[in-house]
Design a binder for this molecule. Structure first.
Ligand code: C5P
Length: 313
């Protein structure tokens, strides 16, 4: 089974003060973008076919990845997702067709640690893929509960392509896809560890003002063209990330100047983005950033159509 896992951007991200759980409450509008990891899931149907009462055990999962820097152990969210699902179905007997080995091969295209949610997307696609492969028919709520346990951004990817998420990210409400359908991502490559960004956020007391209960008029925002929409979007983690990695803040300023456009950061960084109404505009901007700033930049569609073995064209 070949699956595509899209990246996301946080179009809008509000962050409150750290609560008693040690986490910060969020209000964020996220949208998938056309940059994909590929997952190939194989159920080993080798010579030793399992008897009908076989139980699938967590040890039977083998994860591999073309990117050698990525751990293929329990710290990998795709692995955690598969294991969490196995725990849920624990005692349920699987189809006699299945033997004991499951292999997942991950081809990474989404930069790691860039605020693009690659690991979470891989995990969500693993859950949906295994639900289908094993004919589990788990209802959406149950998959959602497993996803929330695996990581804060995972539930969003079960729902996508455009959703407003609250809590730690686990409260997901579908939202309209923005009319501005193109983004240019600047893959800065600056490592910006999430934990350190939140710690700096606390030091700077950025959560003290809070973001209140009132939500922006998402429907109205979704109807705006790129310019007016960009002027309304914000990311409360930007001051913390830019204080932690000043080069990233300087890069944002330089890009805003040279492109004469609002540039936002996604998640806790270090990927920066801006929005466009037309594909061509995003491509021209990406080319400009590559040649003028010598940085990796790509034009991507927002809420792209995903055609893989789960969703046939
Ligand atoms: O979600 P993730 O495990 O990547 O987060 C890494 C760290 O960032 C957490 O351990 C926590 O310190 C901080 N964090 C937070 N509030 C959030 C998300 C992350 O304080 N909503």
């Amino acid at each position: 089974m070949r699956l595509l896992a899209p990246a996301k951007v946080n179009l809008h991200l509000r962050v409150g003060a750290r609560d008693s759980s040690g986490y910060h409450p969020l209000l964020t509008w996220m949208c998938t973008v056309g940059l994909f990891d590929t997952l190939t899931i194989r159920q080993d149907e080798g010579a030793e076919a399992a008897p009908s009462f076989a139980r699938f055990t967590a040890d039977a999962i083998a994860l591999t990845c073309d990117e050698t820097s990525i751990p293929c152990d329990d710290t990998n969210l795709a692995c955690r997702a598969a294991r969490a699902l196995i725990e849920v179905i624990g005692s349920a007997p699987l189809s006699p067709r299945l033997s004991r080995g499951l292999s997942i091969h991950l081809q990474k295209h989404i930069p790691v640690g860039g605020g693009l949610g690659g690991g979470s997307s891989d995990a969500a696609r693993t859950l949906v893929g295994l639900n289908r492969l094993w004919n589990l028919d788990l209802p959406a709520e149950q998959l959602h509960a497993v996803a929330a346990q695996v990581g804060s951004d995972v539930p969003f990817f079960l729902h996508g392509p455009s959703a407003v998420c609250r809590g730690r990210g686990e409260v997901v409400e579908p939202a309209r896809v923005p009319r501005a359908r193109w983004a240019m991502l600047v893959l800065s490559g600056f490592p910006v560890p999430t934990r350190d960004v939140y710690a700096r956020f606390d030091e700077l007391r950025l959560g003290d003002v809070g973001f209140g209960e009132a939500q922006p008029p998402w429907q109205e925002w979704a109807d705006l063209s790129a310019g007016p929409l960009l002027s309304r979007l914000r990311n409360d983690l930007e001051p913390a990330a830019f204080a932690l990695v000043p080069q990233l803040g300087r890069l944002r300023d330089a890009l805003e100047l040279s492109l004469a456009r609002v540039i936002r950061m996604t998640g806790s960084g270090g990927t920066l983005f801006t929005l466009f109404d037309e594909r061509r505009e995003a491509e021209v901007a990406a080319q400009f950033v590559r040649t003028r700033h010598m940085l990796e930049a790509v034009a991507v569609e927002l809420a792209p159509k995903v055609v893989d073995d789960l969703v046939a064209s």
